[in-house]
Design a protein around this ligand. Structure first.
Ligand code: NAP
Length: 225
């Protein structure tokens, strides 16, 4: 059993927390407004969940998920995350989120900004190319014919292994795309961002499974390193 800290408990954070609790992990949730505002979510998740401040969640987590709007990336507490594995779900999608001049200035590096802030942490990009409702529904037991693969990217092999183990426990295979910079291949606007979308129903549909082979084709369609 692993304790997973969450900095951000919105659509992706709360969905991942549900999957994690169901898989037998402990979760420590935080947001920008304070632990008291997470009371209902914690009640829904049950006794393996508690609310905390971002610094407390960062300290408590064996692994810590940062899942906040990218414009707030500098507010993530770096000191308690020193030496830790940090899962980065952040996307910069100006068409949907509005343009943030500072992030836009980072250009092609926008998807790796969290690592530039958390220089002492092992950042692994994951869960960034799946819509939260599909993340909730597409998990399957190991070996299932319709099990989906999720891309991960990071610079530290041990950290990626830890994230792959977590992903496996949540009902997905992990597909290693390479170093963190290669997460550009599943950033917004790439074919891999559409991996789990049902073409008929798009975001509203339950989603469609995508295997490692499916993912490899979509990643290749965007070019290799
Ligand atoms: N939604 C998706 O399906 C999806 C899929 C893949 C990737 N992503 C990416 O994942 C990230 C989270 O997306 P989301 O849809 O889950 O967002 P969301 O529903 O808007 O939730 C954002 C969460 O971050 C918290 N937060 C904001 N600023 C914070 C700060 N400075 N410190 C601590 N917590 C803070 C918010 O807390 P308060 O409410 O208290 O402010 C909220 O709990 C984004 O970068 C997004 O691009 C989203």
């Amino acid at each position: 059993m692993t304790t997973i800290g969450f900095i951000g408990s919105g659509m992706i954070g709360s969905t991942l927390a549900r999957l994690a609790v169901d898989a037998g992990h402990d979760v420590v949730l935080s947001n920008s407004r304070g632990p008291e505002t997470l009371h209902e979510l914690v009640m829904r998740l049950g006794p393996d969940a508690r609310a905390a401040t971002p610094a407390e969640a960062a300290t408590a987590g064996d692994l810590v998920v940062v899942t906040i709007p990218i414009r707030a990336y500098r507010q993530v507490p770096a000191a308690p995350l020193q030496g830790k594995v940090v899962i980065d779900t952040l996307n910069y999608d100006p068409a949907r989120q509005g343009r943030v001049p500072e992030i836009a200035a980072a250009g092609a590096q926008a998807h790796t900004l969290l690592q530039t802030h958390l220089t002492g942490s092992h950042v692994v990009k994951a869960f960034s190319n799946i819509f939260f409702t599909h993340l909730a529904t597409l998990g399957r037991p190991a070996g299932a014919s319709d099990r989906s693969a999720l891309p991960i990217a990071g610079n530290d092999a041990t950290a990626k292994q830890a994230v792959a183990t977590l992903i496996d426990s949540l009902g997905y295979d992990a597909y290693d795309v390479g170093p963190l910079a290669e997460s550009r291949r599943f950033a917004p606007g790439t074919p891999a961002q559409h991996a789990y979308l049902d073409p008929a129903g798009m975001f509203a549909a339950p989603g469609r499974p995508a295997s490692a082979d499916d993912l490899a084709k979509l990643l290749a369609a965007y070019g290799s390193s």
